[in-house]
Structure formats: C-alpha cells, structure tokens
Ligand binder design. Structure first.
Ligand code: PLP
Length: 438
C-alpha cells in the first residue's frame, strides 16, 4: 500500500478516484518483471506501455545515459546541435525503409505525430500546393494526445471533452469486421475498406488532401492488424492523388512485428514514419519522424538561407540523454538480433494467446508479431467496465497489461522466455475463467 500522499498527483488516462482508493504502485523493475511498493512481483506483459522490449534495467542503456549527462547534459537544438544527434539520425536511417532517411527528433509519440502533420503541410506548400490542408485518418485510430493527433484519432472518448479540434480531418472506417473475429495475423476480409479513401477524395477533392495517417496495426484500440491488401490499396490511392502516406509506428516500430518496422513486415512503404517508445527501450523520452528524402528536400531547399525552413521544434528534441539511450538501445538490437528474436518468439506467443479463445469471457482475439488484443465480453452493457475490472484482477494475480475499453493488450518483451509467456497466459486463463458475467 502507498506510503506517499496520493492527492496531489493527477494521473493521466486513469480513473483517479478509483486508483487512489486502491493504488497499484510500481516501485522497481528488472528484466520482464515489476515489483510493487509492497514487494509483490508482477510480470510485465506489455513491455511497460509497449516501450521496453529489451527488458527493464538494461545496464548498457542506463550507463550510456549516465555518461552522457556528465559529458553534455543538454544542448539546444535550434541553430545548435551535438554530435550524437547526427550519429543517431544516421543510425536510425539505417533501419528505416529505404529512402526515408531524413530524421526529425521530438520528445514523444504525440509530438512525432504532430510533427509529421506539419511536415506534410509544409511539403505541399513548398511545392505550390498549399491548398492541400485536409487530413484523412481512421476510426479507432490512436495518434497521441496533442490536438493535431487527437483530431486524427478515432476514439470518441479522447475527443469529446475537447470541442471541435482541428477542422478538415476525415475518418475512414476501421477494419474490425465481425467476420474477422479470431483471425490470426492479417485478416482475409476488408481490403476494400481502403476505398473509403477514394470516397473521401471524391467528396472533398483528392487534390486538397495533404496526408493519410494510419497505424499499420491499430495498437491502442485493441490490436487490429491490417486486412490483406489494405495497406497496398491505401498506397495506390495516395499515389494516384498525390497524397502523402504516413505510418504511425509508435507501437509497431522497432521490432514489435518481428521486423524493424511494420512497413517492412507488410511490404508497404510510407512517405513519413512516426516512431517513439522502443527507440530508447523506454529509458528516455524520445519521438522521431523519418521523412522521405524528396519531402525533406522540397521543404529544406526552399527559402532564404538565413531563416529556418520549418518553423517547428521542441526544447527537448534530440536531448543528449535520449540520443545516448537510443544509440545504446540500437546497439543492443543489432548485437542481440532482437527483431529476429521477436519474430521467432511470436509464433509461441500467438499460439498461447489464441489458446484462450475457448473461454466464454473472450469475445475476440487478434494478434500479429509480439502484439495481441483480447476482447473481454462487456459487463452490464457498460463499455470499458469489463476491461477495467479484469486488468485490476490480472495485476493482483501478477500480470501487468494495458486495457483499452474492453480490449486487453499484450506486448511481451523480446527478451521474454517461453516460460514467461506460459505464466502470462496462465494468469489470463485463471482470471478470465473466473469472470462472473460471461
Ligand atoms: N501514436 C500511437 C500509434 C501510439 O500508440 C501512441 C501511444 O501509445 C502515440 C502515438 C502517442 O505516443 P506518446 O504517448 O509517446 O505521446
């Protein structure tokens, strides 16, 4: 139980009164486990919040950050820079899809998304197509919490308190079709849902659309892998209308699919790619946008040489400690061949998660790579109540994961052993079997 006063902290995306009545505090972490403040060990089934794939407490990364803070703690990144920012940009460009080799750093996934929106607008304006100010995204999308990203997002709860937000954003339908329930990997049905983009272009003028934003696998809203052919179709339509395709790979980036990026896993190349989370193994905040060279050049080669080409940037973009953490993390990814390990482990992981499909409390299971979503049957017709109760029971039984609404999200660390996967599904089976409303 907590020994610190709880009333001062306003927790994000948390029912605060409920939490403070029964706080669940994480005090320590190592490997694939957390320890609560009262000493209980909890298996981390979600790599924190999808961001710690190499496991907690990696010394290589922690030591690199400590060394960096002593050598150069902070350097402004407006009209100044530090060598590790360049080194990291070059290293990141070695992983991103070919041609997306210009890197803009931010402090989080939300900042990366809003950065990508601005780059898209700036690109079109630089080419004399400043009328392209509209964006297209998707229902059930999560693109972070800044007002640009919220406008793109397709989660009603994340939007309804905040008024109209950014105008000019159109949403395609989501791809969670009932006929794809319990589909493992990419579902067979639904590629035609990409034609929603064609309809939107027909309605508003494709020549007015700046960019289409999609998570290749919708992550936070329950793990929705793209139907076969869906991303390919979006790519074709974007090309036909001169629209930039942006992949939000804040969750899927850095190995979660068994490849560096979901763009590689699905063989579809975007024009911009937003990333965050696992770029530093979650050990420092960082976001980034990888930009196709032509897009970068169109913006940067315009305008007088004494003024910024893009009036955008963050005090903590390319923070030296974050760069050091990312460089050390990328070293480990290369040394341990982490993405191949994720790919190999994903088969055992998906076998186990889909093995829960027989439970009456389970309404659907979806998964790809080391990411899976399990829908729990709703309770009392109140969306989110079942997910909320189940994630608390799971935690008390020794498993941390994220619940969004009634979807439970699993994203084990790439360094997890099969025994940890057994343990996770063991706890899930026990808790889900005891659900009294199914
Ligand atoms: N985009 C996607 C796809 C995400 O999943 C998230 C966070 O989970 C974000 C953006 C926002 O990232 P952050 O919480 O680092 O701002």
């Amino acid at each position: 139980m907590a020994r610190v006063p709880l009333e001062h902290l306003w927790l994000p995306f948390t029912p605060n009164r409920d939490f403070k009545a029964e706080p669940r505090l994480l005090a320590r972490a190592e490997g694939v486990h957390y320890w609560t403040d009262d000493g209980r060990r909890v298996l981390d089934g979600c790599s924190g919040l999808f961001c710690v794939p190499l496991g907690h407490g990696r010394r290589e990364v922690a030591d690199a950050v400590a060394r960096q803070l002593v050598e150069l703690d902070y350097a402004p990144s407006f009209t100044r820079a530090h060598p590790k920012a360049f080194e990291l940009a070059a290293r990141v460009a070695g992983f991103t899809p070919a041609g997306l080799d210009r890197i803009f750093f931010a402090g989080s996934g939300s900042e990366a998304v809003d950065t990508a929106m601005k780059i898209a607008l700036a690109y079109h304006r630089a080419r004399g197509e400043g009328q392209r100010t509209l964006f297209v995204s998707r229902e059930r999308a999560y693109h972070g919490v800044n007002l640009g990203g919220v406008a793109l997002s397709g989660i009603a709860a994340n939007r309804e308190a905040f008024g109209p937000g950014l105008p000019g954003v159109y949403h395609m339908r989501h791809t969670a079709l009932p006929e794809n329930r319990f589909a493992r990997g990419q579902p067979e049905k639904g590629a035609e849902l990409a034609d929603d983009l064609a309809r939107i272009c027909a309605a508003v003028g494709g020549g007015n659309v700046a960019a289409v934003f999609v998570e290749p696998i919708a992550g936070s809203t329950g793990c929705l892998p793209p139907p076969r052919g869906y991303l390919e179709r979006l790519r074709e339509l974007c090309d036909a209308h001169g629209i930039l395709l942006v992949f939000d790979e804040v969750i899927t980036g850095w190995g979660r699919t068994g490849h560096a990026f979901a763009a590689d896993a699905f063989g579809v190349k975007p024009d911009l790619l937003a990333m965050a989370k696992a770029i530093t193994n979650g050990m420092q905040p960082m976001g980034a946008v990888a930009v196709k060279r032509e897009v970068h050049d169109a913006v940067v080669e315009r305008g007088p040489r004494h003024a910024p080409e893009l009036f955008h940037g963050y005090t903590y973009g390319a923070h030296p400690a974050a760069c050091a953490a990312a460089l050390a993390t990328l070293d480990v990814y290369a040394r341990e061949d982490s993405f191949a390990r994720a790919r190999e482990l994903s088969v055992a992981f998906q076998d186990r998660v889909f093995g829960l499909a027989d439970l009456p409390a389970v309404a659907d299971v979806r998964g790809y790579g080391l990411l899976a979503g399990i829908d729990v049957r709703p309770k009392d017709g109140r969306p989110g109540l079942a997910g909320h109760l189940v994630q608390k029971r799971l935690f008390d039984a020794g498993l941390h994961l994220k619940a969004t609404g009634d979807a439970l999200l699993l994203a084990p660390a790439f360094v997890a052993e099969r025994a940890h996967l057994d343990e996770a599904v063991g706890v899930l089976r026990e808790v889900l079997a005891a659900v009294e409303w199914a």
